[in-house]
Ligand binder design. Structure first.
Ligand SMILES: Cc1cc2nc3c(=O)[nH]c(=O)nc-3n(C[C@H](O)[C@H](O)[C@H](O)COP(=O)(O)OP(=O)(O)OC[C@H]3O[C@@H](n4cnc5c(N)ncnc54)[C@H](O)[C@@H]3O)c2cc1C
Length: 577
């Protein structure tokens, strides 16, 4: 049941309370309420996703950051980015960031998961063992345009029995064929990969997205809180409920089974309690923020800001990682790019009509291209020579290449058509933090992703730019590309130092903060949660969201977050069986 008003809740005590109805939280709420004996409350700060057109129509998703459905955070001034502070979107509605993201579905490499297993000492996080959770999550769907998908994916590594729809592109784009041709012309650097989600992602292949066969976004809200689930009488979802802190309910071991929040903007503090567990799923910014507000964190830092420390857990909010991006832009000799739609609102209206009429046309997919690349820098490149490989193994890419058939995110000039290629640094060495800005639990925290603080990341980004330039050196782009555009013009014959300056001036986020409440082995002195996601030194509290990943996967992380949440649901069910 979906509630808009706290006064309508049937009770103030539940078996489980999930904080954050986002990507992970809704999975846990769904799986726990499979058992009719469990009453579950979800507290979500944002609004409902129902009827929010930009959260439904894939192409319009890019209008959600910096809106009423975003927390509208900014980072602190980033030294590695020449002092720039950048916008830092996080979904603030049911479905969380899965309702506002770019919908890329990528599972990472087998190395990623095997390394999570190794650093946590829990073989249950290994690639082989988590396959069952990818399967529980994924509902492989035919693409919206029903085109033949033979040769675009490997059916053997997909599941039709899960809850969250995943599909291939439903609308061809002008650059598709050129990208595929590049895999033939430059097959050594950019080989074709039939399926980037089989554990060995290296190469260029067809992208997979969390979009259903009707060309609509599949988020954790549309899937795990879909009509067949939200009406369960034991599932209670309260929106506009912003949690300030957890309240200690027993001393030894420290136990936190009550939650304080405000609802509906009244400013009045409410309290609800769980008899079994609290599951913190407020995401990589929200979860450490709530822990710190609750007195769980570094003792001295809490005292300094005026909060009574209860549990000394120094790593809360530390180890924040994100994958920096850098784009290169070209003017092209074609009118078949989305710039035509971006520039002409009449045309955009017609394309929306097409989507509304029968779920067809350009709007069935996101602004991203239909094809993605996953590339490694050779270990004998001077940037890596003699260094520890930042990637978790030899089947793991260092870069994701995101082609866009148009100009983004730069402002669009009145004329011209464009190609954008974006490179994301998948395994950054830089780390940052989430810290309190004041003792007011409703004040935004200080978010410092530490972009390019480690100079090796800067050098890796520089090499990433060169990889993008190399990609378009394939003959197939010869008659297509007119020239480097805008700020990218400096890249023609640029020195390494000039490319590095370009990176510092223009690099941004791919919106993947992770790791701020990291998992570590049981008994380890570092980390925030044990491999079963229970908070170290605390009873009755688990963290289930992207914040627990000790390092980013070599991928966009939503698939990993779904896997974490599916496995966590099994942990919780087993613990209370
Ligand atoms: C613009 C953008 C594009 C992205 N593109 C992709 C992509 O293409 N592919 C991909 O794999 N990943 C992408 N990501 C990243 C991915 O979406 C996230 O990593 C993932 O969804 C995080 O899941 P989560 O459960 O950790 O957090 P979230 O999904 O963010 O959920 C946290 C929830 O908790 C709620 N919350 C927070 N604080 C409180 C509080 N105090 N009280 C109550 N509720 C609270 C939030 O409102 C939110 O609903 C993108 C992210 C963004 C923002």
């Amino acid at each position: 049941t979906l509630y808009h008003d706290v006064a309508d809740l049937p009770d103030t005590s539940f078996d489980f309370i999930v904080i954050g109805g986002g990507t992970a939280g809704n999975v846990v709420a769904n799986r726990l309420t499979e058992n009719p004996k469990y009453n579950v409350l979800v507290l979500e700060a944002g609004l409902s996703n129902e009827g929010v057109l930009p959260a439904i129509v894939p192409f319009l998703g890019s209008s959600l950051p910096n809106s009423l459905y975003d927390w509208n955070y900014s980072t602190t001034a980033q030294t590695g980015l020449n002092g720039r502070a950048i916008p830092y979107p996080r979904g603030c509605l049911l479905g969380g960031s899965s309702s506002i993201n770019y919908m890329v579905y990528s599972r990472g490499s087998s190395d990623d998961w095997d390394q999570y297993a190794e650093v946590t000492g829990d073989s249950g996080w290994s690639w082989d063992h988590v396959q069952q959770y990818f399967q529980k999550n994924e509902r492989w769907s035919s693409p919206p345009d029903n085109h033949s998908t033979v040769g675009e994916y490997d059916p053997r590594v997909h599941s039709k029995s899960g809850i969250n729809a995943v599909t291939l592109s439903g609308f061809p784009q002008g650059i598709d064929e050129r990208l595929i041709k590049t895999t033939q012309e430059l097959s050594e650097d950019f080989p074709f990969n039939l399926d980037i989600n089989g554990g060995t992602p290296l190469g260029i292949g067809w992208g997979q997205s969390t979009i259903d066969s009707h060309g609509q976004r599949s988020s954790s809200a549309t899937s795990y809180l879909g009509p067949q689930f939200i009406n369960r009488t034991n599932l209670h979802v309260l929106i506009k409920a912003q949690v300030s802190r957890l309240i200690q309910t027993a001393l030894n071991p420290p136990t936190f089974k009550s939650v304080e929040f405000i609802q509906g903007g009244t400013g009045e503090l409410q309290v609800v309690s769980a008899t079994k567990e609290i599951i913190l799923s407020a995401g990589s910014i929200g979860s450490p923020h709530i822990l710190l507000n609750s007195g769980i964190g570094d003792r001295q830092a809490l005292i300094d800001i005026g909060i009574q420390p209860i549990v000394h857990l120094p790593d809360v909010g530390q180890n924040l990682s994100d994958q920096a991006t850098i784009g290169v832009y070209w003017e092209v000799n074609s009118t078949d790019t989305f710039d035509t739609i971006s520039r002409n609102s009449t045309l955009a209206g017609e394309v929306l009509e097409e989507w509304l009429d029968d779920r067809s046309g350009r709007f069935v997919s996101s602004v991203l291209g239909n094809i993605l690349g996953w590339v490694r820098l050779p270990l004998d490149n001077p940037v890596l020579e003699g260094k520890v490989d930042p990637a978790p193994g030899s089947n793991s890419p260092h870069y994701e290449i995101l082609p866009l058939n148009g100009l983004a995110p730069l402002p669009l000039p009145p004329t011209g058509n464009f190609l954008s290629l974006v490179s994301a640094l998948l395994s950054p060495l830089s780390r940052g933090s989430v810290k309190l800005s004041s003792d007011d639990p409703f004040a935004a925290p200080l978010i410092d992703p530490g972009f390019l603080n480690n100079t090796q990341d800067l050098y890796m980004m520089r090499e990433g730019v060169k990889i993008l330039l190399k990609l378009v050196s394939a003959p197939v782009w010869d008659n297509y590309i007119v020239g480097l555009y805008g700020p990218a013009a400096v890249l023609a014959n640029a020195t390494d130092v000039e490319v590095e300056e370009y990176v510092r001036e223009l690099a941004s986020t791919i919106f993947h903060p992770l790791g701020s409440a990291s998992m570590s082995a049981r008994g380890a002195q570092h980390g925030v949660v044990d491999p079963d996601l229970t908070v170290k030194g605390v009873a009755g509290l688990r963290i289930v969201d992207g914040s627990v990943l000790p390092r980013p996967p070599s991928a966009n992380p939503q698939a990993a977050v779904y896997v974490i949440a599916e496995r966590a649901s099994d942990f919780i069910k087993t613990a209370w069986a």
